[in-house]
Ligand binder design. Sequence first.
Ligand code: HEC
Ligand code: HEC
Length: 346
Amino acid sequence: MMRLACFFLLSLLALPLAAAPDGAELYAQNCAVCHGADGRGGVGVPLALPSFLPSVDDDYLTATIRNGRPGRVMPAFTQLRDDQVRAIIDYLRHWMPAGSTVVKLSREPVHGDAQRGKTLFAQRCAACHGAHGEGGHGTGVTFSRPRDLPIIAPALNNPGFLAAATDQMIKTTLMNGREGTPMVSFLQQGLSERDIDDVVSYVRSFAGTVQGWRPGNDDTPMLEMDSPYSLAETVEAVKRAAVGKNFRIIREQSLENGLYAPGEEGQETTIIYFCNFNFINQALALDPRVGLFMPCRITVVERAGQVKVMSINPKYLSRLFNNAELDKPCEEMHQVYLGIMEEATL
Ligand code: HEC
Ligand code: HEC
């Protein structure tokens, strides 16, 4: 009898572990804020484009999610389990046009003439991707300026991009372009396949010049502090500190309640959402993109026994938004976030 009861209990416990992670929900929690609930982009580039999804394989998407684009706004999602990343990718794939399939690209390196590619890059790419492939000013889909360029060109000298993209993926992007974006087909623009190989080799050569991303300064997309308290205590302390600064707590969301896959135990995340309508209205009037980061949120994570408090870095955002009018409210928000995080971890 006892045995049977134990068996029942164990199978109950095992149930949620066996349940597949929900890609739609994970996308909504982790990606929608930047890429849009419908995948049409925002602070992030569009992901649902028919010209994008079939042109990249799962390895590219996995590496992009895992590594992020250090120094750009795209975060590295190291805390997600493999099956969760898988579920997000399956969810992205549901936007693929009916009947389309994912290209199968070889892993063969492209052997072009990087020196020649450099000249072509300066002529054909630098205007959008920057002289050294550092990417356009700002990120994602622009709502304000410049109006002639609806999507900001991603950084190509980025360690996250270079680690994710194979030579063949870059080549395909140049050959076909991304219909529906400013990234056109350079075959149609009159470059030969050999020219394109040269440009690919030049883009690959950025790998030797990029520097790693140093956390802990204003240039980082995230603010992060260690907390000496437990997760629950830290969550309460963050809420007290936010209320003390005239914010209203909207809600608190715990991810991954309960059960974890083997090896992932002891990881827990709570997000605290809060807002101040005066501030929101003021900032929204300056730039509608601010709405993507509202309400304000601070994330408390416990990983391997260490509790950390994290938020997006508003100062970093203000640079990426490339809207000088936002500098002041972003600076204010930076102080607010730091103040709350410092007070909560004191
Ligand atoms: C804080 C904003 C932000 C969040 C959150 C975010 N991204 Fe991004 N993402 C970006 C930006 C911005 C870029 C473009 C990088 C650049 O401008 O250099 C990008 C690029 C990408 C790319 C490369 C697109 C391409 O054209 O090659 C993929 C894929 C991607 N993100 C997927 C995701 C997924 C999946 C999630 C959730 C797990 C996510 N992103 C969360 C901002 C974000
Ligand atoms: C008119 C502006 C413009 C020009 C010129 C341009 N690009 Fe792009 N490029 C973009 C935009 C915008 C995107 C993002 C498209 C999207 O949202 O999927 C992009 C995407 C890319 C990507 C995919 C990056 C990623 O994160 O997925 C590569 C690689 C690339 N461009 C290389 C080049 C190279 C090399 C050249 C020159 C031969 C070039 N581009 C010229 C605007 C441009």
